[in-house]
Each structure stands twice: as structure tokens, then as C-alpha cells.
Ligand binder design. Structure first.
Ligand SMILES: Cc1cc2nc3c(=O)[nH]c(=O)nc-3n(C[C@H](O)[C@H](O)[C@H](O)COP(=O)(O)O)c2cc1C
Length: 189
């Protein structure tokens, strides 16, 4: 069984995109598709980036914990809000902290906004950063418009049937990439 880490990127007071992260975890668990863990950047409260983990003179337990959690995940789902067309500083903070951990890691991105467009613009900056760090971004989209209406505070979708239908496609693409990645492990340099 695969192990999936879901990164919830918003640390904003009263955040809404966290609802989608809770939903993905619930969906994967209730369908018994994989094991999961939630990496909630708000709960972790990582200090502002001051050096990469590999070169850090005083790495904290939380930094090492993040490294282990990303490393052991077969794939990652990033749930990100769109802030002024980009992704939150809290997410950049942890992307830059790690390096080898991201290498060829299958990552599926879900974007969220409180308006009609579902955070479609944040994808450009996040894609570029993840490509640059040599992660393997899964070519599947999951924009979530009006995220505050799409899910309640504990991640229950307003329209479960249609949300689950979209999620099935999203997760299938992620799992396909994980499977392909695993089969190629012997060929990786
Ligand atoms: C600093 C800031 C910038 C934002 N910029 C955008 C934006 O560019 N496009 C957009 O659709 N929504 C924008 N929003 C609204 C978010 O989509 C909204 O807060 C949504 O609930 C997702 O973020 P959250 O998880 O922090 O709640 C912005 C919100 C904040 C706090």
C-alpha cells in the first residue's frame, strides 16, 4: 500500500483551504486506498527559513521530522491557496528547507481560492519551484473554487458525489506516477 503525505499550506487565521486537505485525507482513508498523514504547516510552525536542512548548524526536531515524513511518503498532495497569484511563504519555507527529499517525488497539486477561479494562477509559480528542485509534478489539475462553500470545517464536501468523482481521477493520476516511479527505481541515478 502506498503512503501519501498531504501538505496543508495555509497558516492563515481562519484558513479555508485546510478543509480540502482534510477532505483528501478522509477520501483516501475511507476508500482504503493508501495510508496517509497530514503535514499541517500551521501546526508545525516552522521557523522562517535560514538554511537548508543539510547545511543547518542546528537543525530542529521539527525540521528533521519533516525530512523523514517527506522522504518516507511514496507521493505527496500539496493543497495550496493562491495569494496574489503565488503560493504562501509557509510553503516556500519548507520547499527550500529540503532538497534530496523532493527528488523525483510524485507530487499532485490542488489549488484553492474563495472566488470563482480556484487558484488557477498559483500553479505557475509552484510548478516552477517544484520542477527546479527536481520533484515529479503529476500532470493533473485540481482547482477548488469557493473552497469555503465546497467543504465544511472538517472537510465534508457539500456535493460528495461530484467531489469524489473528481478526486478519483486526481488520485488515479498520482498513483500511476508513483507506480511508474517505483518501477524505475533501479534506473535512477
Ligand atoms: C494575502 C492574500 C492574497 C490572496 N490573493 C488571492 C489571489 O490572488 N487570487 C485568489 O483567487 N484569491 C486570493 N486570496 C483569497 C484566498 O483565495 C482565500 O483566502 C481562500 O480561502 C484560500 O486561502 P486560505 O486557505 O488561506 O483561506 C488571497 C488571500 C490572501 C490572504
Amino acid at each position: 500500500m502506498f503512503h501519501i503525505a498531504i501538505i496543508s499550506s495555509s497558516v492563515r487565521l481562519g484558513r479555508n483551504s485546510h478543509r480540502a486537505a482534510l477532505y483528501f485525507q478522509k477520501y483516501l482513508n475511507e476508500n482504503d486506498l493508501c495510508t496517509t498523514e497530514l503535514i499541517d504547516l500551521n501546526a508545525m510552525q516552522y521557523p522562517l527559513f535560514d538554511e537548508r536542512l543539510a547545511y543547518h548548524p542546528q537543525p530542529t526536531k521539527e525540521m528533521k521530522d519533516l525530512s523523514n515524513r517527506v522522504m518516507k511518503a511514496d507521493g505527496v498532495i500539496i493543497v495550496t491557496p493562491e495569494y496574489n497569484g503565488g503560493y504562501p511563504a509557509a510553503l516556500k519555507n519548507v520547499i527550500d528547507l529540503l532538497y534530496d527529499e523532493w527528488f523525483k517525488k510524485p507530487i499532485a497539486i490542488a489549488t484553492a481560492s474563495d472566488g470563482d477561479f480556484g487558484g488557477t494562477q498559483v500553479i505557475y509559480s509552484l510548478l516552477f519551484s517544484l520542477w527546479k528542485i527536481r520533484a515529479w509534478v503529476v500532470p493533473v489539475r485540481y482547482p477548488i473554487p469557493r473552497v469555503q462553500e465546497a467543504f465544511d470545517e472538517i472537510g465534508i464536501p457539500a456535493d460528495k458525489a461530484s467531489q469524489d468523482k473528481r478526486t478519483k481521477v486526481f488520485i488515479n493520476e498520482l498513483f500511476w506516477c508513483i507506480e511508474a516511479n517505483n518501477r524505475m527505481k533501479d534506473y535512477q541515478q
